[in-house]
Design a protein around this ligand. Sequence first.
Ligand code: GLN
Length: 304
Amino acid sequence: MEYQKILTSIQNEISSIDNTGKVASYIPELAKVDAAKLGMHLHCINSGHYHFGDNTEKFSIQSISKVFALTKAMLLLGDDLFERVDVEPSGDPFNSLVQLEYENGIPRNPFINAGALVVCDILVSKLENPKNDLLDFIHKLVNSKNIGINRNVFESEKKHSHRNMSLLNLMKAFGNIKNNIEIVLDLYIHLCSIEMSCEELSKAFMIYANGGKLLYNQEQIVPSRKVKRINAIMQTCGFYDEAGEFSFRVGLPGKSGVGGGIVAVHPGQYAVTVWSPPLNPKGNSELGMYSLEQLTTLTGLSIF
Ligand code: GLN
């Protein structure tokens, strides 16, 4: 497959597109990012790396971190995890409160904020030092220790986390949050403020393309059955109330974040990340969605 040629043609095409998206501003620090940033990096299972633009520049991964948190929780807990968080698409915005009230504090899935907060609660219960353990896990996936958080983004989100606090309070009232809500929120925001580049994210997500094995030494760090399930949840729930649209247009499991990053996985083939900060009204990178749609169109490869 001529991936570099395909990526270059995507780059050429999107440079002339009128981007109608808006950079996230509800976390003020995120609004400071240069809206023109654009990068893409594809890590192929058997033929190296292909990229363009700002693909080595670190950005705020935001909700993409929910995939790492879920993976870690699934390694610590069996199916009991899915008694506290479901695996159904929500059809609602990522920070919505409405379903929680009539579904008794059980979030629809681990990739909406409510579900990720339950996953963080589990990590707080199970791990002595969840922040370090999660970063160590990512360091192992990428084979680099050069990944950490952006303090300014962390502080900024902390000051503007009223909705996430509401989600925590509501779930605590239903008995689905076991720990102190400040501690759970602190871990959640820490994970959202991790910074990685497109290159690093693609490398990390290769475990989901490679059946749970690290590509660089073939060590099995996540059982393949769990990877299959995580990919299924990414496919059905990775884009909030736009999960159907992403499946329809791109056709790959993936996960977005309000920092403008999207990672998608073609199991057995590649992991690919695109970063463009302006978001569409559903909170997903506008050019990111379009680039990935072009990628699966131009490669002609599909998981379906
Ligand atoms: N930190 C963000 C929040 O909780 C993450 C949301 C996202 O990336 N969709 O609102």
